[in-house]
Design a protein around this ligand. Structure first.
Ligand code: ADP
Ligand code: ZN
Ligand code: ZN
Length: 732
């Protein structure tokens, strides 16, 4: 009987698996997906068993043994999906698998995993904190535990501002508190499914729901193309209900949890069953708990961002992707997958439908509808009574502007606030001013580490780089001519806010950008203010373009559309159109008609014209035709090989070596470059890239499969940091 050998994927940046012997004296059986602790060099790592082999290329006597077999394997379905993804995205398998596991399952140290969690006993649940007058800490702990029926773990308890251990021990002695392992804590009380009041669907919505419902239990991709406010979320809710009635699970992906509190609360209000919400605010134990609950069929609704796609599902019924066009579905570093594209693969393997919704569908998805791969569902009208906003292009040429605002827009702001409604001004540039200029010689202050200018931040009196985070004090004088007349050119959100505060001293002005919302809880607070109508004028960056329903908002002003009209990235027009329509969609809901004013110095720009005169669908048609002419995706497949190094020539040299490895695959694939990235120097490193393009995705894949793992051995590979991006979303 030959020794059994295990092929194991280890989380290291290498394109191969490693052979190990099973752990000595272990009785438990190992399966594909089992987690194991293995020795790797001087370290120990958690690896995933991929297969059992009968023999190895390495002499058995040289093989090391697995140290320990761990519980909670990666479910087979996810293992398969991730193996496919690692191969498609050309990412090392060990790292890919690691990415999809909750942090606690990646750790060699199992202590935290076995950590306890404390819950009130039945007796404990009947106690009143107020009766513990002589033990205020015990009372506080009891209050906290009453508020957390699922129990609290050490991380949560550590957030209390007193030493909780003694108090906890006291409560345990009274038999008020019981100690559970994390595993037991996962067992949720399952209330019977009840569904609260819901609106009657209009004809279009009914049609959408019926078409998807007819293909539950089989794979089909649907694109729900519906204008903002047309009732897409209501369609998701009613389909989720049907899936629940079949006792199956729905997985719902959203762009950013913080920005979609309304969607989550609508699900929570509608259904009595527990919902797992996966967001960045969860600690590791909570994240693991949600993972286990989904795996064990204890939660039927899972809502999360991109990485929630890798949640195990016991009874999968439906995958929904809200705002499918959103760029946050593409991971931009390490394992560069696209959650929408991978969701399609997963739905197909699970044989369940995938529903993708958007008011501004991606060109890729529209193309897939044309090709008959997706079924297109449309909602053309706003649900309820609301009518779509009136959009106006404002020719800003030769008009006097005050801090970025034309007289016309200013007048509209005045009228709107006077009538008690809300205004949103959209400016995709944070800080005070994007350029510090010497009035004498024209010197502008650059970032010392990037090919970029520093932005002046008035409140903190700092010059900051938005690309690398570099900060410095503003100079007293020009380093070039010593002149002291340095001026701030251009308008950022901070400056706009300051200006509006002077113009509207009586009004509440709220700026929502990453500078004002970095503190925990501050975004929620600001959004609540905006939602309630407490804030009269909102100033926002792209953060505010997504998924908000502000009932008092009737005027949207877009200040700087021009900056996105002339970009070198072939996707820029698509992003611009999506952002514009999404921002415009914020105006006027319920019974208040909305109005959108777009300031531009290029009112004749064909893109703006098509978009505004004929709408997004017509714009998309034109844009797709342009893509076809230029052979850009979706009419071709792209891969981008990026390299960065402390010296420019090293990055170029590596890419030239890669070029020669790739060149035998021409002309099935075409090679462009190496050329410098649009911002060549960033954070002190020089960045270059090589574009690989093919009209046949299969040809591109084949070439990548052959070549990528050989790049590790190129002579200059270890002098650069390199990465491969399949289906890149941005060319930077
Ligand atoms: P979307 O997700 O497309 O932006 P929503 O589902 O949020 O649209 O619907 C917009 C508004 O219309 C919400 O306030 C929602 O409650 C309401 N609504 C949706 N469908 C209906 C319907 N069939 N009848 C009445 N109101 C509806
Ligand atoms: Zn100067
Ligand atoms: Zn910088």
């Amino acid at each position: 009987m030959p020794a059994k050998i295990l092929k194991i994927a280890v989380p290291v940046p290498l394109y191969k698996c490693f052979d190990y012997l099973p752990a000595k004296d272990t009785q438990e059986s190992v399966i594909a997906g089992s987690r194991v602790i293995v020795p790797f060099g001087k370290r120990q790592l958690v690896g995933i068993v991929i297969a059992e082999l009968q023999q190895s290329d390495i002499a058995v006597s040289k093989l090391k043994s697995v140290i320990q077999l761990l519980p909670q394997p990666l479910p087979a379905e996810l293992l398969d999906l991730l193996q496919w993804a690692a191969s498609y995205y050309q990412h090392p398998l060990g790292e890919t698998l690691n990415h999809a596991l909750p942090a606690l399952l990646r750790q060699v140290d199992q202590k935290q995993l076995l950590a306890s969690c404390w819950q009130l006993s039945e007796l404990g649940q009947q106690q009143e904190p107020a009766t513990l007058t002589r033990a205020p800490r015990q009372a506080e702990l009891l209050r906290q535990l009453l508020a957390q029926p699922k129990g609290m773990d050490k991380t949560q308890l550590d957030q209390l501002d007193f030493n909780w251990r003694d108090s906890l021990r006291a409560l345990e002695k009274k038999h008020w508190v019981i100690r559970l392992s994390q595993q037991q804590a996962g067992a949720l009380h399952q209330p019977a499914l009840s569904v609260s009041a819901k609106p009657e669907l209009n004809t279009e919505q009914t049609d959408c729901v019926e078409r998807v419902a007819n293909s539950l239990d089989q794979f089909q991709a649907f694109l729900l193309d519906g204008i903002t406010g047309s009732g897409k979320t209501e369609v998701y809710l009613q389909l989720t209900e049907q899936v629940l009635l079949k006792n199956q699970q729905s997985l719902i992906l959203v762009p950013e949890i913080n920005l979609t509190p309304q969607l989550i609360s609508r699900f929570e209000q509608r259904f009595s069953v527990p919902i797992a919400v996966l967001h960045s605010g969860l600690n590791n134990s909570q994240r693991l708990l949600a993972w286990q609950q989904a795996r064990d069929n204890q939660v039927k609704i899972i809502i999360g961002t991109r990485s929630a796609l890798f949640t195990p599902l016991a009874q999968p019924g439906l995958i929904i992707i809200d705002e499918e066009h959103d760029s946050s579905y593409k991971q931009q570093d390490n394992f560069r997958y696209h959650a929408r594209d991978l969701a399609l693969v997963r739905a197909k393997r699970l044989n369940i439908p995938l529903l993708m919704g958007s008011a501004t569908p991606s060109l890729e998805s529209l193309f897939n509808c044309q090709q008959g791969r997706y079924q297109r569902l449309q909602l053309r009208h706003r649900a309820g009574l609301a009518s779509p906003p009136a959009i106006q292009l404002l020719d800003a040429r030769r008009k006097p502007m005050q801090q970025g605002l034309s007289g016309h827009l200013l007048e509209a702001i005045r009228e709107t606030v006077a009538s008690g409604s809300q205004v949103l001004l959209f400016l995709n540039r944070r800080g005070y001013a994007p350029t510090l200029l010497c009035h004498e010689c024209g010197w502008v202050m650059p970032c010392p580490r990037c090919d970029a200018r520093l932005t002046y931040h008035h409140y903190r009196q700092l010059m900051r780089c938005h690309h690398c985070g570099h900060e410095s004090r503003p100079p007293e004088s020009c380093p070039q001519c010593q002149c002291t007349e340095l001026v701030n050119i251009g308008i950022g959100t901070e400056r706009l806010e300051q200006h509006l505060k002077q113009l509207f001293p009586e009004q509440t002005i709220s700026r929502i950008d990453s500078d004002t919302t970095s503190r925990k809880g501050s975004l929620d607070k600001k959004l609540a203010e905006a939602h309630s109508g407490e804030a009269d004028i909102l100033i926002g960056t792209q953060m505010l373009a997504k998924g908000h329903d502000f009932p008092h908002l009737t005027l949207v002003g877009i200040l700087d559309v021009d900056s996105s009209l002339f970009s070198s990235d072939f996707r820029a027009p698509e992003f611009m159109a999506q952002q514009l329509i999404q921002v415009a969609g914020r105006a006027g809901r319920a019974d208040k008609p909305g109005r959108v004013i777009i300031q531009t110095h290029h009112p004749q720009h064909p893109l703006l014209q098509t978009l505004l005169q004929h709408g997004y669908a017509e714009f998309a048609k034109t844009a797709l035709a342009e893509r076809q002419l230029a052979s850009f995706p979706p009419y071709s497949a792209l891969a981008l090989l990026r390299a960065e190094a402390s010296q420019a020539h090293l990055a170029v040299k590596f890419l030239e070596q890669a070029f020669s490895r790739l060149s035998p695959y021409q002309p099935a694939v075409e090679l462009f470059g190496p050329f410098p990235s649009p911002m060549e120097r960033r954070a002190g490193r020089y960045r270059h890239q090589l574009l690989i393009q093919s009209n046949s995705r299969a040809a591109l894949q084949q070439c990548m499969n052959q070549v990528i793992h050989t790049l590790v051995d190129l002579p200059d590979a270890n002098k650069v940091r390199w990465s491969i991006d399949i289906d890149p979303q941005s060319m930077f």
